[in-house]
Write a protein that binds this ligand. Structure first.
Ligand SMILES: C=CC1=C(C)c2cc3[nH]c(cc4nc(cc5[nH]c(cc1n2)c(C)c5CCC(=O)O)C(CCC(=O)O)=C4C)c(C)c3C=C
Ligand SMILES: [Fe+2]
Ligand SMILES: [Fe+2]
Length: 361
């Protein structure tokens, strides 16, 4: 009998797989030492999405000045927040991924693989995507853990995903969560975290929301970041029923000499204290995991600045980290973006998802 269909040369190629989800955060040094800070800062600050100064001008400044002075200074700051299991950003990201996998498993989506990666340092995006390929995953949802889109963070993750795939022959299907600044569950978890804080500690004179800054110039160039931060702040204030005069939105972590988004967090706290505002509650809704910028810059440096200028009470409200409502919200957000990729039956089918391969047929 004539054979019309040749045998495939590569019988192990999967035509369809269960999807995988990659939580991506910024990255963090492996130790609170200058030696560990140097390669981390070098990779981070060499990214043209992060520092938009012409390479010929910037790289000599980075290599000749910044990388000789900043590693030791930043290492001392990291040392003040280091946890037994490592850098807080890594610890929280890893826990979030494990919890999310558990939540998905409990609602019948145990076949959906959850991993985490870092834009700078390890586990890198290319290593993570290569590992998923080796395990046969060909449908991948990238989840940058940045609620507000910025070119310096979100777009840089996509740059790295695209670069990672540059030499692959058989590309996976890729989906990407661009932002979740107005996501209902994200806003509700933030509001719940404030309400719980108020129930325990009472309400301060002001609620200050501090977002990571970016250069002001980026906004004119089309970055939607500032508008998304302000929208998040407004939605959280609405959810709390907070009068506008009790809310203050600021931008932190300015880097370099250029003007960044204003008002700046620390000078604002100093002014508030000098003007007689006695107490502040401070939260950082732009970070879903506590890290150097929240635990050291806000909860230590800014606290000191507020109190030494006459403020009486400074209360830091932690990031969403491992909150149940946040992990549940993240699950819902992920499932929305996985539409059509999950086996029929969805939420309430608790049977293991089928994994069909050519080899099995
Ligand atoms: C949440 C969004 C973030 C934006 C937007 C962002 C922009 C941005 N950052 C720098 C420079 C530095 N940031 C550093 C730390 C850091 N930044 C973010 C997030 C955003 N950055 C996080 C989550 C962290 C903490 C990492 C950790 O390990 O805990 C640092 C490193 C620390 C230091 O030496 O100060 C630098 C440098 C620029 C230039 C920029 C936008 C253009
Ligand atoms: Fe940053
Ligand atoms: Fe169920």
């Amino acid at each position: 009998m004539a054979r019309y269909w040749p045998e495939p040369a590569s019988p192990t190629v999967r035509s369809q797989s269960a999807p995988a989800l990659v939580l991506v955060n910024l990255g963090t040094p492996t130790a609170p030492t200058a030696a560990a800070l140097r390669p981390y800062l070098k990779q981070f600050l060499s990214d043209p999405r992060v520092v938009e100064i012409p390479r010929a001008v910037w790289l000599p400044i980075l290599n000749g000045i910044i990388l000789n002075t900043r590693p030791a200074k930043s290492a001392a700051k990291y040392a003040s927040i280091w946890m037994d299991e490592g850098s807080p950003l890594k610890v929280h990201t890893e826990r979030q991924a494990k919890l999310l996998a558990g939540y998905l498993g409990a609602s019948g989506h145990g076949a959906l693989r959850v991993v985490w990666a870092m834009r700078y340092g390890a586990p890198s995006i290319p290593d993570t995507l290569n590992a998923l390929k080796a395990q046969g995953y060909s449908r991948i949802l990238i989840v940058p853990m940045y609620p507000q889109y910025a070119a310096s963070t979100t777009a840089s993750v996509m740059d790295e995903v695209a670069r990672s795939l540059l030499h692959w022959r058989n590309l996976p299907e890729i989906r990407f969560i661009r932002d979740f600044h107005a996501d209902q569950a994200y806003i509700a978890s933030l509001a719940a975290s404030v309400r719980e804080h108020w129930a325990k500690n009472g309400q301060a004179d002001r609620l200050l929301m501090s977002f990571h800054g970016i250069p002001k110039r980026s906004i004119g160039l089309g970055d939607p970041y500032q508008g998304e931060c302000l929208a998040t702040a407004r939605l959280v204030a609405q959810a709390l029923g907070l009068a506008e005069e009790r809310l203050q939105v600021t931008f932190q972590s300015r880097f370099g000499k250029a003007e960044w988004l204003r008002p700046y967090t620390q000078p604002t706290l100093e002014t508030l204290a000098r003007e007689g505002v006695r107490s502040v509650d401070v939260m950082c809704p732009g970070f879903v995991a506590d890290c150097l910028e929240t635990l050291e810059e806000i909860a230590m440096e800014c606290r000191e600045a507020f109190l030494s200028n006459g403020g009486q009470a400074f209360n830091y409200i932690p990031c969403l980290n491992e909150r149940n409502d946040w992990i549940a919200g993240l699950k819902t957000l992920a499932l929305k973006h996985l539409d059509g990729w999950l086996p029929a039956g969805g939420e309430h089918s608790h049977a293991p998802a089928p994994r069909t391969t050519d080899a099995e047929r």
